[in-house]
Ligand binder design. Structure first.
Ligand SMILES: Cc1cc2nc3c(=O)[nH]c(=O)nc-3n(C[C@H](O)[C@H](O)[C@H](O)COP(=O)(O)OP(=O)(O)OC[C@H]3O[C@@H](n4cnc5c(N)ncnc54)[C@H](O)[C@@H]3O)c2cc1C
Length: 512
């Protein structure tokens, strides 16, 4: 192959080496006849000390896109950092290593919404293919996949985790041994980890594939746009360690995640006509759904100080969780316990926790109705995007997150938990019992979970807000696919890492 990157031609160029991109690159390059180039804007590896963080602790700075997101629907008011992963492995390399699959109801709703290939029965084999589950060996779990999944054994639970499960029992939440098959219940939390360390897709998929002569991985390479010949994608333009490069390819697949993929599409001339004109970008395809329908799981968090000696530094944060249904309805709330949270691991929380080790319970709304948007503000990546999360813009979400917060309060005050906790911080009985106060507090303290999805939605071409078809092909153009969280048409009832890997497993099977 010639040295000059301007002249290089690849069978497949994959943009973004995250949960989906690293998986896709590894799977496609299994065919030695196919040349695959993976382009990643970030660095190759996490450095110390982040590599040795306790399991479950997310990396929120240093290896992230330093974006700012507005919590509402307008670019004003409450805002904060929104740091999805920027390194090989993407968000899978900075996340909490919670290994939950999307639920059957998620995928059956995709199928009912016009993408019939996406029933639960059709996706299950791909969830199995990605994992080696250490605890279950039945027909619904995998035993040969690259991602190790395991749950803590009962004798590994810390005292607060055990108390949480007892508290769930007190409140009538059924126990379940496997959160990846039971839709509702409380039980041990599966994580993608080995020897207490998060296993990202860079570890699980790319590492064993990197010696292949037909796979090239360029890090510190930021793609600005897709190049077209008419309506056919023929390559990408990028900055490689600050130097402009163009690479040519038969197929281009965007795996840049729920925030960056729509930005690349807009900079490439795919989006809403007037918006593209305002960016000074010629239109290649009018797809007004690009950057719209941004969904994120939204959560409230209750902090508590444990009794002396109950928590220990360096112990995994997440060991147990519960998924519960909204009043009489479908599963829609996730409750996650983090124990052993120390002030050194999140310096900003020192003030809240009175500089002591803390216990944190969060209620995550898994099926939010609210939507935001992410859009480019100029023709190249130097222009920061505008991200409006639209959190709690729908009243239904406010009410359901209030319900979730009441549940957190009941759990914190269940007798099993009070035996392990000294006192709860910030929240009071009065705030919980008074509807108006609770509503205000939920609006004020609600936080995004960094799970962006829906910004290049999958759907049939007749659905004007969809961007890709059910085989990941971008409507109206040839040779261009999107495979990442942006195609997810409605928020998943779980955090999304395993589901994004599953998307890539499926794409690889179709693209083989
Ligand atoms: C802090 C945090 C904690 C989380 N915790 C969990 C958890 O515990 N469990 C769970 O299931 N989910 C969790 N998630 C969500 C989950 O990790 C993501 O939903 C999932 O990884 C998204 O996968 P993706 O392939 O869509 O994008 P990513 O994995 O984000 O990959 C996108 C990649 O593309 C690269 N990229 C972007 N733009 C460009 C460009 N222009 N040129 C080149 N490369 C580019 C990025 O740098 C990145 O590496 C968490 C996410 C975050 C951020």
């Amino acid at each position: 192959m010639p040295e000059d990157p301007w002249l290089q031609h690849w069978d497949d160029v994959i943009v973004g080496g995250g949960s989906a991109g690293a998986t896709l690159a590894a799977r496609l390059s299994q065919d030695p006849e196919r040349s695959v180039l993976l382009l990643e804007a970030g660095v190759d590896r996490l450095g110390e000390p982040q590599d040795s963080y306790p399991l479950g602790m997310s990396v929120l700075s240093g290896y992230n896109w330093d974006y700012t997101a507005y919590m509402g629907t307008e670019p004003r008011g409450r805002h904060g950092p929104y740091g999805v992963g920027k390194l090989l492995g993407g968000s899978s390399a900075v996340n909490g290593a919670i290994a939950l699959r999307g639920l059957a109801a998620d995928f059956d709703s995709w199928a009912a919404g016009g993408s019939p290939e996406w029933t639960w029965d059709a996706v299950l084999p791909f969830f199995r293919a990605l994992e080696t589950d250490a605890d279950f060996t039945d027909a619904t779990h995998g035993s040969e996949g690259p991602v190790p999944v395991r749950r803590p054994a009962v004798d590994e639970f810390d005292p607060v985790a055990l108390a949480f499960l007892h508290a769930c029992k007190e409140l009538g939440i059924p126990q379940t041994a496997d959160m990846n098959t039971g839709a509702v219940g409380a039980g041990p939390l599966p994580s993608n980890a080995r020897d207490g360390r998060r296993i990202s897709t860079a570890d699980a998929y790319l590492e064993p594939a990197r010696h292949r002569h037909n796979l090239s991985v360029w890090t510190r390479t930021e793609v600005s746009r897709v190049l077209f010949d008419g309506n056919r994608a023929v390559g990408v333009q990028a900055l490689r360690e600050g130097r402009p490069v163009q690479v040519r390819a038969d197929r281009v697949t965007l795996c840049a995640g729920g925030i960056n993929t729509p930005l690349i599409l807009e900079r490439s001339g795919i989006g809403e006509n007037r918006r593209l004109a305002s960016l000074g970008v010629p239109v290649v395809a009018e797809l007004p759904g690009v950057g719209e329908d941004l969904a994120d799981h939204v959560a409230t968090v209750v902090w508590a100080v444990p009794r002396a000696g109950v928590c220990r530094k360096g112990v995994p944060w997440h060991q147990v969780m519960a998924r519960v249904a909204h009043d009489g309805g479908a599963p829609g709330l996730g409750v996650f316990l983090a124990s052993n949270v120390t002030e050194e691991t999140i310096p900003e929380i020192g003030k809240v926790t009175e500089d002591r080790i803390a216990v944190v319970l969060s209620a995550m709304l898994l099926d939010p109705d609210s939507r935001g948007a992410v859009h480019a503000t100029g023709p190249d990546p130097a222009h920061a995007p505008v991200i409006t999360l639209g959190l709690l813009s729908e009243q239904s979400d406010v009410e359901r997150l209030m319900e979730g917060t009441r549940l957190l309060w009941s759990l914190m005050n269940a007798s099993a938990m009070t035996r392990t906790l000294e006192h709860v911080l910030l929240w009071t009985e009065r705030m919980i019992q008074d509807e108006d106060r609770l509503r205000k507090a939920v609006r004020r303290f609600a936080t995004p979970m960094w799970h962006p999805s829906g910004t290049a939605r999958m759907g049939p071409e007749r659905d004007a807000s969809s961007v890709v078809d059910q085989y990941f092909r971008v409507h109206q153009v040839d040779g261009l696919r999107v495979v990442d969280s942006s195609v997810i048409p409605s928020p998943l009832l779980s955090p999304m890492n395993l589901s994004c890997i599953m998307l890539a497993e499926r794409a690889a099977a179709w693209m083989a």
